[in-house]
Design a protein around this ligand. Structure first.
Ligand code: SAH
Ligand code: ZN
Ligand code: ZN
Ligand code: ZN
Ligand code: ZN
Length: 437
């Protein structure tokens, strides 16, 4: 399956314009092109499908529009704001949150939710930390909401404040947004501001239209239309010299090319706002993503580099900081800022490599032959003279495959032919020239 990208005039599903795909086999495009939902990779979440060359009848178009309307949230963002104003006026004994509907309840609505589980006595502190009140959407394929561990969130915020940024465009980072918002409401001097762009509309219950836009980062769709787009554009204007940085932590199953295309549009939005000084620069950005996507990200953003910092999560069994020693998280920061200014915490073992001019993890050794700190996963890598590069510690050089790989592998998987006759399609043990001998 290959993505052909956002296409002009694409049909819409409840998640905005669909993306154009094509089936591929062995790298060749094959068969008909079709449109599918940009946001949901699981058909159960959104089953939108249309052939590119399909004629859609008027009746079906009308039905689709009706369907899209019916699949919008039951309250608008504006309505949710009015509800919130009423909610905070309630005495705490009347503040309820329905866990089933993931919704703040006004007393008049209690009846409708009477057989639902709910929380009572919702405090102001809880309202300031919606990411802890709402349950994380863990649907692997579609939403995959993995929330930053406090340590990582704190680190990111301190880092960007130290770098001099005062505005944060938080794209799919509700917990970072909430940390900024809650500091701003507690400390009068706190001058950092954040705008959250996220597809999770539940957050519209807690933030104004200047603090949250319902947004789809796979097709750059603002559900709130032109007004929401304008909010974002205004936020990106660096009035009174407040520098802005974009931070994003997309679902890892996401299509890198679709994300890159949206992020370029956000960068263009930033560039088009009036800027003092040189205008050819890129909007500063942190893209948080697993290290094994490095080459994909660099394909789209050659100015980016990967930092060694391991981002930890609260609700991700694999990527969380263990009690004894840590499981290594594969999640990293990709940025277009100069690597040397990204200071990583020495108390967590990171150190500065003067040759590479960046902070590296404790296990990452500078290889004299490669002339760089080559580890990607935090473990110490080893140099292979035959491959002329550093490889994972668990790999060894296979003479059949002529490259480094896992000890356990089947040599036939490569296009390199049989070791005996050189023909492809079988390995040495099954070579016909041997059995005839
Ligand atoms: N670590 C972050 C959360 C990352 S999880 C934090 O703690 O703040 C991925 C986030 O992207 C979630 O908030 C999810 O709601 C959002 N998301 C998922 N699909 C999206 C889409 N298509 N468009 C915009 N946001 C999306
Ligand atoms: Zn309910
Ligand atoms: Zn090396
Ligand atoms: Zn090798
Ligand atoms: Zn081999």
């Amino acid at each position: 399956l290959a993505l052909l990208g956002p296409a002009p005039g694409a049909p819409c599903c409840p998640h905005g314009p669909a993306l154009l795909f094509v089936k591929t086999s062995q790298g060749k495009e094959e068969g008909r092109r079709f449109y599918a939902c940009s946001a949901c990779r699981d058909r159960k979440d959104c089953n939108f499908f249309q052939w590119e060359d399909e004629k859609v009848s008027e009746t079906r178009l009308a039905a689709r529009e009706e369907y899209n309307r019916n699949h919008q949230p039951s309250f608008t963002h504006r309505q949710n704001m009015d509800r919130y104003k009423n909610f905070v006026l309630l005495p705490s004994s009347k503040r309820r949150f329905c866990q089933e509907c993931q919704q703040l309840l006004l007393p008049a609505e209690w009846g409708k939710h009477s057989d639902h589980q709910f929380l009572c006595d919702i405090t102001t502190a809880q309202l300031k930390r919606p990411s802890q009140l709402l349950y994380p959407l863990e649907n692997k394929k579609t939403n995959a909401q993995y929330l930053f561990a406090d340590r990582s969130c704190q680190f990111l915020l301190n880092l960007l404040v130290d770098l001099g940024f005062r505005r944060v465009l938080s794209v799919g980072t509700p917990r970072l947004h909430e940390m900024i918002q809650s500091k701003a409401s507690q400390e009068e001097e706190y001058s950092v501001r954040s705008l959250l762009l996220d597809i999770d509309f539940r957050y519209s219950q807690f933030y104004t239209e200047d603090e949250f836009c319902h947004y789809n980062m796979f097709n750059h769709h603002f559900f709130g239309g032109e007004a929401a787009r304008e909010t974002c554009r205004k936020f990106l204007c660096e009035e009174s010299g407040e520098r802005v940085i974009m931070i994003t932590d997309p679902p890892f199953g996401g299509l890198v090319e679709a994300l890159a295309s949206s992020f370029k549009k956000l960068m263009a939005m930033w560039r088009e706002t009036e800027k003092e000084g040189d205008d050819c620069k890129e909007m500063p950005m942190f893209w948080i993503f697993p290290y094994f996507f490095e080459s994909r990200i660099l394909d789209f953003f050659p100015s980016f580099s990967m930092m060694d910092y391991q981002v930890d999560y609260d609700n991700h069994a694999l990527y969380k900081h263990g009690k004894t020693g840590r499981r290594q998280s594969p999640v990293r920061i990709f940025t277009n800022l100069t690597p040397s200014i990204i200071v990583l915490p020495e108390e967590e073992g990171y150190r500065f490599c003067t040759v590479c001019q960046r902070y590296v993890s404790s296990g990452n050794q500078h290889c004299e032959i490669c002339n760089s700190c080559t580890s990607k996963d935090g473990r110490r890598w080893k140099h292979c003279v035959l491959c002329k590069k550093c490889v994972k510690p668990s790999w060894f050089h296979c003479n059949n495959c002529n490259c480094c790989t896992l000890q356990k592998h089947s040599c036939e998987k490569t296009d390199v032919g049989c070791f005996v006759c050189g023909k492809a399609g079988h390995k040495r043990s099954a070579c016909p020239s041997l059995s005839h001998a």
